[in-house]
Ligand binder design. Structure first.
Ligand code: SAM
Length: 287
C-alpha cells in the first residue's frame, strides 16, 4: 500500500470510497510525510510500544505507527472511515481498528487485555473541536501513560505551555502542567492538511509525572480553586473564590490563607504559580 502522506494518494482513496469530510468530526487529514515523521520522532516510538491512536482518519499516521510500534489500536468515531482503514492498513497484522467515540471507549480495559496493564503511548492528530476534553479525560481517568504526542491548534499549545503572568495562562495550563511536562515538538502550517484548517497547528508532547510534583490534600478542591480564579479573570483571587458557586469559603478564610502564605490579598489568579495554588488549596482544605 502506497503511503498516504501526500495529496495525490489521499485524494485517490477518498474518491474511491466517495468519502465526504464531516466538519462535525473535525476531519483535517495530514498530507505531509515530513510532519508524520516528526510526530513519530517526538513520540519516540519503538517496537516495545503499544500505541493508541485517537482518530486515525484514513490511516495516514496509523501506517507510520504500524511500521515503528509493536502494537497499535486506532479508535475512530466515523463508521464511514472503517472500510477505508481496513484497506489502507491491510498490510499490517499489528493493528486493531475500533469504531467508537474515544470519550466513551474503555481505555483501561484495552490496556489490561492488550498490553497486560502496562503503560501505553498515545499519538493523535486530534479533532480540534474536542481537544481539551480529550486531554483532560486522559489525565482524569488516570490512564497508565508513557507519553502523549498530539497535533493540536497552535493557540491551545501556547495555552498548555503558558507561564504565570502571560495572557495565555489559565486553567488549562495549570491542569496540564500539574499532570505532565509539556514540550513543543513542531509548528505545522495549514497547508499540511486536507482540507486546510483556518488556524496554525502544533505537535506537542506531554510526559506525565510518575510521581506527583507536589503533595495535594484535595485534588477536587485544587481544581475548583483554579476554575474559580480564571472564571472571572479581572477579579482578585479573593473575590473569584468567594463568588464561585460550589465553594463556600468566607472572605476572612481566604485572606487568612493568603496572609499566612505571604501572598498579597489583592493578587489575581493569573499571577499565581501552580505551587502557590497548591499551597492555598492545602491551607483551605483544613477549613
Ligand atoms: N489521523 C488522521 C490524520 O492525521 O490524517 C485524521 C486526523 S483528523 C484531525 C481527526 C480524526 O478524529 C477524524 O478522523 C475524526 O473522524 C476522528 N474523530 C473525531 N471525533 C472523534 C472521537 N470523539 N473519537 C474518535 N475519533 C474521533
Amino acid at each position: 500500500m502506497a503511503t498516504l502522506g501526500n495529496p495525490k494518494n489521499t485524494i485517490e482513496i477518498l474518491n474511491k470510497y466517495e468519502f465526504t469530510f464531516q466538519k462535525k468530526f473535525g476531519q483535517n487529514f495530514l498530507i505531509d510525510n515530513h510532519v508524520l515523521e516528526k510526530i513519530i520522532k517526538a513520540a519516540d516510538i519503538t517496537k516495545e510500544d503499544f500505541v493508541l491512536e485517537i482518530g486515525p482518519g484514513i490511516g495516514t499516521l496509523t501506517q507510520y505507527l504500524c511500521e515503528s510500534a509493536g502494537k497499535v489500536a486506532a479508535v475512530e468515531i466515523d463508521k464511514k472511515l472503517i472500510p477505508i482503514l481496513e484497506e489502507t492498513l491491510s498490510d499490517y497484522d499489528n493493528v486493531t481498528i475500533i469504531n467508537d467515540d474515544i470519550l466513551k471507549f474503555d481505555i483501561h480495559s484495552l490496556i489490561r487485555v492488550s498490553n497486560e496493564g502496562r503503560p501505553i503511548k498515545i499519538v493523535a492528530n486530534l479533532p480540534y473541536y474536542i481537544t481539551t476534553p480529550i486531554i483532560m479525560d486522559l489525565f482524569e481517568r488516570h490512564i497508565p501513560l508513557i507519553n502523549i504526542t498530539i497535533m493540536i491548534q497552535k493557540e491551545v499549545a501556547d495555552r498548555i505551555q503558558a507561564k504565570p503572568g502571560s495572557k495565555e495562562y489559565g486553567a488549562l495550563s495549570l491542569a496540564v502542567q500539574y499532570y505532565s511536562k509539556p514540550y513543543l515538538a513542531a509548528n505545522v502550517p495549514p497547508n499540511c492538511f486536507m482540507p486546510r484548517p483556518k488556524v496554525g497547528s502544533a505537535v506537542i508532547n506531554l510526559t506525565p509525572y510518575t510521581k506527583p510534583l507536589y503533595h495535594v490534600e484535595d485534588e477536587k478542591l485544587l481544581f475548583s480553586l483554579i476554575r474559580a480564579s480564571f472564571n472571572q479573570r479581572r477579579k482578585t483571587l479573593v473575590n473569584g473564590i468567594y463568588n464561585y458557586e460550589g465553594l463556600s469559603f468566607s472572605k476572612e478564610d481566604i485572606i487568612e490563607a493568603l496572609e499566612s502564605l505571604e501572598i498579597s490579598k489583592d493578587i489575581r489568579g493569573e499571577a499565581l504559580s501552580l505551587e502557590e495554588f497548591i499551597k492555598i488549596s492545602n491551607y483551605l482544605s483544613q477549613k
